[in-house]
Design a binder for this molecule. Structure first.
Ligand code: GCU
Length: 714
């Protein structure tokens, strides 16, 4: 527990409760479905751990209060506790939890009183997955003390009369692993892969099972298990060599309602099949994939499908054959269709061999320019995966204009939980507020209220919307605490919660996570000061990180390749399309339609007009859309150059303050957890000074303009 391995599922002993409350002594579970069994055993484990006594699992109702788990169609006891209307309100993966009072025959008899009532709790869904999510809800509730009413003190404690209905907003709630089979993780900051080592699959199924539990506890139900850049060895994942291993991994996750996907190499027909081409319109290529799909689905019948990064950052794709991406995606989709498989096709397609002298090409435009013309051409089982911003997971970017522009194409929104550009899990950066801004952004695609969350859930454009949702790049690895920085667990937790319910606030999610993680651990009983202080640290952290790194939406001032630490010109003369154009007069990228690259014109009105003009462009995105002099006055009333100085000085101070706040909590935290986080916060405070001085000095030297407050710049 001290290491953080159990994360938010540590189920610490509730010392205020002597023994198992009467209502949770028996779990009645109807059906042999393995997801239902996982639900029952998780509940049994959680209750045992919190209350010090093991509940029984029974297949039949007992003569005392119990918790019933089951689906409406299969569990008569469950069905009778909800009206037909109440049942119909639950969606495929949603759940209903209800606590009711009923006569308790056994207790009444032993006390010679006919009237004694017992608490009966029912957790129900249309499917066993729904039941599993309901179980995790109840456990969260019991573990986090998430309701004020629940103050059990003795065995006679009553269950709170819960009445909960919860349906996920997004049908697909997915995580992408960028794990390579040699055990490394592309952009991994928490140790090696938990899936692979030394070009073989792990034998540590226990660790995978615990990962599946963590994911299921926040409603994740899809997982791609290898890097989108599919190298030599991983190309063979779809062959006999590895399919039996894939099947074993799939089995572990299946028990928790999670479907596995594989990233595939578009050039597989050449590399594995010995064909001379991977042209999607060449019949031999399509046939090769059909045979391949048959083989793959024979091994893993419920494989989710393929994730494809094509024609992107030197990966092969249909462009080599003069074909477009609908040709490529549809050919694969046809191969997977008989098995119910999906093709998840990434839109991260841009020219990564750009000449920095070329001021016309704008990487930000690329996804829209490539995919907007293909809207409506994709098969039913193709989903386009679109990064949240037009560039690449910078600390601040506008929302990708492709959202809303695609009206007849199913989509997934891609976030990055891994902190590639946001401190690499050495710096604290709680990303939920950033994701919330994206999800709440109004595209005006169909007038006011066309928010990103309504687009990605399918609600805006599609009546059925089963092939819609959210996906994110994983931040976990083999480190004992999963995420390297213990507090980075909040991003994994928060991502799952938000994918389930994008209406939750960053504050609510932080509150839950802090209570679940730090409530009743170590020296703490989860006192309100501890909870609110930790929560505030999380909520401030994205803004703190932004303030001492790249200013006003400009991005990319990082060291090339590994992307850690400041290097203002690190990407300035590169071929990656990542420029800030700072000179002695000013800085920023002119993306207006009037004088720039025209990117601002990819948005719907009024966003397009808001971004087009410096009068209306929000300060935090100014340099993303405009090239301005250092003396340009922001809406804040500050000049650009003074803003850079101020935010960088303040940012470094605020980073130091994060560390000091943590130190002030020392007495309330268990020692091991305290130490592991302290080390990171100390590093962050130091590194923030490096950022501050590098950025301030660069701009002082470029602009020749002094800091109004005369602070040290070098
Ligand atoms: C970023 C990241 C790469 C990754 C790519 C992608 O560019 O740095 O490592 O492969 O995104 O999303 O495909």
């Amino acid at each position: 527990k001290e290491s953080g391995y159990a994360a938010w599922l540590h189920y610490s002993r509730n010392s205020k409760v002597e023994k198992l409350p009467a209502w949770c002594r028996v779990i009645v579970v109807h059906g042999t479905d393995e997801v239902l069994q996982s639900a029952a055993s998780e509940l049994q484990h959680g209750l045992t751990s919190m209350f010090g006594q093991q509940p029984k699992i029974s297949a039949v109702p007992v003569n005392t209060p119990f918790i019933a788990l089951g689906t409406f169609p299969e569990h008569p006891l469950v069905a009778e506790r909800f009206s037909a209307k109440e049942q119909a309100e639950v969606s495929a993966e949603g759940y209903r939890i209800r606590g009711i009072e009923m006569p308790d025959p056994a207790y009444s008899a032993s006390h010679g009183n006919d009237d004694i009532k017992g608490q009966y709790v029912t957790i129900a869904g249309q499917t066993s997955k729904g039941v599993l999510y309901g179980v995790f809800h109840l456990l969260r509730y019991l573990q986090g003390g998430l309701d004020g009413k629940l103050k059990p003190t003795t065995e006679s404690v009553h269950v709170p009369i819960l009445d909960q209905l919860s349906n996920p907003a997004n049908s697909i709630r997915m995580i992408n692993h960028w794990d390579n089979m040699d055990g490394s993780i592309e952009r991994g900051y928490a140790g090696g892969s938990i899936f692979y080592d030394n070009n073989a699959f792990t034998t540590n199924m226990e660790r995978l099972r615990d990962y599946a539990r963590l994911l299921a506890s926040v409603g994740i139900q899809a997982l791609s298990i290898n890097n989108v850049n599919v190298h030599q060895v991983e190309t063979e994942l779809i062959t006999d060599k590895f399919l039996p291993d894939v099947a074993k991994v799939a089995a572990v996750f299946r028990a928790y309602g999670i479907q596995i996907y594989l990233s595939i190499n578009y050039a597989s027909p050449i590399q594995l099949g010995g064909l001379t081409t991977a042209d999607p319109l060449e019949p031999a290529v399509a046939e090769w994939w059909q045979t391949k799909a048959q083989e793959v689905y024979a091994a893993v019948p419920d494989l989710g499908g393929f994730v494809v990064k094509a024609d992107s950052e030197n990966r092969p794709g249909p462009f080599s054959y003069g074909r477009h991406h609908a040709d490529g995606a549809n050919m694969l989709a046809d191969a997977l269709q008989p098995y119910g498989g999906r093709v998840i096709w990434r839109c991260f397609v841009y020219n990564c061999k750009q000449d920095w002298r070329d001021r016309k090409t704008d990487r930000a435009r690329a996804a829209f320019d490539h995919f907007k013309p293909l809207d409506g051409l994709f098969r039913e089982n193709v989903i386009l995966q679109i990064k949240n911003g037009p560039m690449d997971f910078q600390v601040r970017e506008p929302v990708s204009p492709l959202f809303g522009a695609l009206e007849s194409t199913q989509i997934l929104l891609e976030f990055q939980i891994a902190q590639e550009y946001t401190g690499q899990q050495k710096h604290l950066c709680y990303l939920v507020p950033q994701w919330k801004e994206v999800l709440d952004f109004d595209t005006y695609a169909q007038g006011k209220g066309s928010t990103i969350k309504r687009i990605v859930s399918g609600a805006l454009h599609s009546p059925k919307h089963t092939n819609y949702g959210i996906v994110a790049v994983s931040n976990i690895g083999a480190d004992t605490n999963w995420t390297g920085h213990l507090l980075a667990q909040s991003n994994l937790y928060g991502y799952g919660r938000l994918a389930w319910d994008p209406d939750l606030s960053a504050d609510e999610i932080a509150d839950e996570w802090v209570r679940l993680t730090f409530g009743r651990q170590g020296n703490s009983d989860g006192g309100t000061d501890l909870i609110s202080t930790l929560k505030q640290m999380l909520l401030d952290s994205w803004n703190v990180y932004e303030s001492y790194t790249a200013p006003l939406g400009v991005g990319w001032m990082v060291s090339p390749d590994h992307h850690y630490g400041p290097d203002v010109d690190g990407y300035e003369y590169s071929m990656w399309g990542t420029y800030h154009f700072a000179d002695c007069w000013g800085i920023g990228v002119d993306r207006t339609t009037a004088t720039g690259t025209g990117y601002a014109g990819q948005y719907f009105s009024p966003n397009t007009d808001i971004y087009e003009s410096t009068d209306t462009c929000p300060d935090e995105l100014l340099l993303f859309f405009h090239h301005v002099p250092y003396t340009h006055l922001l809406h804040s009333g500050q000049t650009v150059i003074q803003h850079i100085y101020d935010t960088h000085f303040e940012g470094a101070e605020r980073a130091a303050h994060l560390r000091d706040t943590w130190v002030s909590l020392r007495g309330q935290l268990n020692a091991a957890m305290y130490e592991q986080v302290l080390e990171r916060l100390e590093h962050q405070a130091e590194h923030a000074k490096e950022w501050r001085d590098r950025i301030n000095t660069y701009f002082y030297r470029k602009s020749g303009i002094a800091d109004q407050k005369d602070r040290p710049i070098y």
